[in-house]
Design a protein around this ligand. Structure first.
Ligand code: ATP
Length: 624
């Protein structure tokens, strides 16, 4: 059950975001459009800073990563090859009563946030299934009728109540799970033959789930025919794979190397929710990091190095295999989050279990952030929601694009050809056997192939793969750290939000709302305030300070209202520093204070006198 406190916190965040110009509902004057959001003046700066920080860390600060800026609409076969046309779908149900469309696998996540579930909790304890019949009947006839009119408990309370009463009378019976309990409340016919999963909105019955493809479609050109059908990209990654060869040829990069891209992606989500967390239009920051297959590494270096789980494995080594690279990228990404203010304890990790992994993935670690709306464990601790997935995808994507385009996408390394020629036949046989065994197992477990078909297909793959290696050729394997800009922006806002009680000199207390953004991503870095706006000398000096700072950082100039109020406004915007120009700056108290200003720190609220000439030296290092 969501803590009301957390819901309240989310409401405060949403309201601040609108009031201060971080996030607006798209087309709000027309009533908005579900799943689409605009970023206002502060939000667009924050978002830009997040993307710049990612680009600097991933592309500019590394010798082994280059950038790409590809189109949103690509050749439709790209999506056939990637599997999106056939399999990029979510299970969708329709409520037979209110007709709302619902993502069938998210019903149980959605329920705790629903008004009827929260209201029901006031008269019935779901965990122990204890209740007062009179109150429950009263609830069904009033609040329940209003909030969840299609729940069996509301439509036919006697039947549900008799089931409940029967259970609570039998002390030997343990309470059923919360899931089953809600199903009973939704199911009219008792004894129960098949339990109904309630519609989260009205409690009604849902249709069986059917797959719904999430790609937005359009037509390129004036004719709306099947030949002209195109898709808005649901991820930025596929353009990187499709352009991998061009990038390698033009930038002289060879594995291990990466291609990074930031850009819009579109998914026709069935139930966009949790503010910007699940949107229909969003931005991704994706890196496809291309490495040698382990067999090539072994041939070149005599071994494939692995690294222990936990902690950063250190600088990359030439003999690293995919497992070491995967661990490295998970830890690099955590370092990035720490560098912009998300400490490790605000994050969580979900290591996908073998049954969760896609057939082509060898490992996936989701990096989570503990949002106020995240699920909780049994101890009530927030578990977190996905910010980024770091997947080891093997050579699946390039294999598919090679197959569908008919163009070879292999890399050639002369050293590999020479090293391969020196391998003993036993080593090659051992590698081939391992390859066939792994591929056969995956084909049986993940693709549902018969043992014989799986072995045939694995042997055919091995034929091509080892023949190529012998010629010094291979399709690079991929480690993919894939992050969402909008989810990260929301995480940064939620993480930065704080309320505290402050007392002024006169002993008056008030609540200070402050966004404690890391200076690196704060939308505005410095607020510049002339003490009074009707003193031309103060204003002229303040403008001079603004000009000095503005060529290096974003500055907000504010000359309206009491200085305390101006500080509070910048606290709410998350501005880390305030600079006030007063009469001492003009030298009214002598030369010692002339050309000094008050520098205020947002978090400690401490103020100190600093020379104007030293301001940049104080502020800039904190932005790195
Ligand atoms: P989820 O399971 O939450 O739907 P996913 O596993 O499908 O996410 P990926 O395909 O791995 O997500 O996309 C990479 C990243 O893109 C995600 O970690 C997330 O940050 C972002 N992302 C994906 N879908 C959305 C969305 N609908 N709205 C906002 N960001 C998204």
């Amino acid at each position: 059950m969501a803590e009301p406190k957390q819901t309240e916190l989310m409401e405060k965040i949403v309201s601040l975001c609108k009031r201060r110009g971080f996030i607006f509902q798209s087309s709000e004057i027309y009533g908005g459009i579900n799943g689409f959001w605009d970023y206002g003046p502060l939000g667009s700066e924050l978002k830009r800073n997040v993307k710049d920080a990612w680009w600097r860390d991933i592309v500019h600060h590394r010798e082994d990563v280059v950038g790409l800026d590809a189109t949103i609409i690509m050749h439709p076969t790209v999506w056939k090859a990637s599997g999106h046309v056939d399999t990029f779908s979510d299970p969708m149900s329709t409520c037979r009563h209110c007709k709302k469309l619902i993502r069938a696998d998210q019903v149980w996540e959605m329920l705790p946030g629903q008004a009827w579930v929260q209201s029901l909790a006031e008269v019935c304890d779901v965990a122990t299934q204890s209740f007062d019949s009179q109150k429950l009947i009263h609830w069904a006839g009033r609040k329940g009728k209003n909030l969840a009119p299609n729940l069996a408990l509301v439509r036919n309370p006697e039947v549900t109540l008799s089931w409940l009463a029967e259970r609570s009378a039998d002390s030997a019976k343990e309470p059923v799970s919360a899931t089953e309990f809600y199903q009973h409340l939704a199911t009219e016919q008792m004894p129960v033959t098949g339990l109904i999963t309630p519609c989260p909105y009205c409690g009604g019955e849902l249709t069986p789930p059917r797959p719904f493809n999430l790609m937005f479609e359009s037509w390129a050109g004036p004719v709306q025919s099947d030949e002209n059908k195109v898709f808005l990209r649901p991820e930025t990654a596929q353009a990187i794979f499709a352009q991998c060869k061009n990038v390698m040829d033009s930038s002289r990069q060879r594995p291990p190397f990466g291609i990074g891209q930031i850009g819009k992606a579109f998914r026709n989500e069935i139930t966009p929710r949790n503010y910007t967390f699940r949107s229909r239009e969003f931005e991704q920051m994706e890196l496809e990091y291309f490495i040698r297959p382990d067999e090539a590494t072994r041939a070149l270096f005599g071994e494939v190095a692995t690294v222990p789980d936990g902690g950063h494995p250190g600088d990359p080594q030439p003999n690293w295999g995919w497992q070491a690279w995967h661990r490295y990228w998970v830890e690099e990404r955590v370092r990035f989050y720490e560098s912009i203010g998300l400490s490790r304890d605000t994050l969580g990790f979900h290591v996908q279990q073998p049954d969760e992994l896609a057939h082509y993935a060898r490992a996936t670690v989701d990096i989570l952030f503990k949002f106020p709306f995240s699920k909780r464990d049994e101890q009530g601790e927030l578990l977190g929601e996905e910010l980024e997935g770091v997947a080891a995808r093997g050579d699946f994507d390039l294999t598919q694009h090679e197959k569908f385009s008919g163009k070879p996408l292999t890399v050639f390394e002369d050293e590999l050809r020479s090293a391969w020629a020196l391998l003993s036949p036993d080593t090659v046989t051992e590698m081939r056997d391992d390859f066939i065994e792994t591929k056969t197992r995956v084909a049986i477990e993940k693709k549902g192939m018969s043992a014989a078909d799986a072995a045939d297909s694995a042997r055919a793959e091995a034929e091509v793969f080892f023949e190529r290696l012998g010629k010094g050729q291979y399709l690079p394997h991929v480690i993919e750290p894939s992050a969402g800009v909008d989810r990260l922006v929301l995480a940064l806002i939620a993480n930065a939000y704080a309320e505290e009680t402050v007392t002024d000199d006169k002993g008056k207390s008030e609540t200070r709302v402050v966004l404690r953004f890391h200076p690196r991503i704060a939308p505005v870095k410095v607020g510049v305030f002339p003490l009074l706006k009707n003193k031309p000398e103060l204003v002229a000096k303040a403008m001079e300070v603004r000009a000095l700072l503005q060529s290096h950082v974003t500055v907000f100039y504010d000359d309206t209202g009491a200085i305390g109020r101006r500080y509070r406004r910048q606290d709410e915007a998350g501005t880390p520093f305030g600079v006030t120009i007063d009469f001492d700056t003009l030298g009214e108290k002598g030369d010692e204070l002339k050309d000094t200003v008050t520098l205020r720190d947002r978090d400690s609220m401490k103020q100190e006198r600093v020379k104007i000439s030293e301001l940049l030296g104080r502020i800039l290092p904190l932005m790195q």
